[in-house]
Write a protein that binds this ligand. Structure first.
Ligand code: PGA
Length: 254
């Protein structure tokens, strides 16, 4: 059975103190969950090992927020997919709009990183989504198609096997204005149908998450939709109680 994925993107937040408080609370409750949902926590890189030690052997998996385009070498300040794998990372978020915007990551860079991740048998969480202007001018499907095609053209038709996609409309991220769950359902269907044209197996097993101002109050409306297979959560994932509520909701809707 396909599991929902509930993923926490902590972005540039947290300290040793807040993270250890979070993990202690999470671990004390996690055994009461049904394990129908897989949980991913993507802390800042400096805290990866600390988080891994706490979650190892549970149904919580380690996620990274970014990797460099190279595996090793003279690239001061960077971390590679190889290093992520070494410290226990299983999922790597890429193509997040904050990286596209603040770090000038274009579809070409993103597809290079995608290939590195896949070649190491790690799982990409590929973020795609449109801006508000693109949405208002009815360009959403074209933008998503372009973002997906870059990946399909560089990695091949089977690129989306064992891969997670996160549909994150840029206008919904961190704004408190989430997208309408029924519209998101249609977009997720569109994503799956587009991928199906290239590879049926990828499409059938594809996990497509929604991200953008998700919280414990709106999570259920998203997770009730048949093609929303989980959530990528920013600010609401920083509060353990709220994150736990969302996991419980996910378990209950399955
Ligand atoms: P948000 O962030 O939940 O704070 O809107 C989501 C994301 O950026 O992945």
């Amino acid at each position: 059975m396909k599991k929902n994925i509930i993923a926490a993107n902590w972005k540039l937040n947290g300290s040793i103190k807040t993270i250890s408080y979070f993990l202690t609370s999470l671990k004390s409750k996690i055994s009461s969950f049904s394990k129908k949902s897989a949980i991913v926590i993507a802390p800042p890189t400096v805290f990866l090992e600390r988080v891994y030690k706490e979650i190892n052997n549970t149904n919580v998996y380690l996620g990274a927020q970014n990797i460099d385009m190279n595996l090793t070498g003279a690239f001061t300040g960077e971390n590679s997919a190889l290093m992520m794998k070494d410290v226990g990372v299983k999922y790597i978020i890429l193509g997040h709009s904050e990286r596209r915007l603040f770090h000038n990551e274009n579809n070409e860079i993103i597809s290079k990183k995608f290939c590195l991740i896949k070649n190491l048998n790690l799982i990409p969480i590929l973020c795609i989504g449109e801006t508000e202007i693109e949405k208002k001018s009815n360009k959403t499907e074209n933008i998503l198609k372009k973002q997906l095609n870059f990946i399909l053209n560089s990695f091949g038709k089977k690129a989306f096997r064992n891969t997670v996609i996160a549909y994150e409309p840029i206008w919904a991220i961190g704004t408190g204005i989430s997208a309408d769950p029924k519209s998101v359902q249609l977009i997720h269907k569109f994503i799956k149908n587009h991928i199906k044209k290239y590879d049926t197996i990828s499409a059938e097993n594809l996990i497509v998450l929604y991200g953008g101002s998700v919280n414990a109050l709106n999570a259920e409306d998203f997770l009730k939709q048949p093609d929303i297979n989980g959530l990528l959560i920013g600010s609401a994932s920083l509060k353990c109680e709220e994150f736990l509520k969302i996991i419980k909701i996910s378990d209950n809707v399955l």
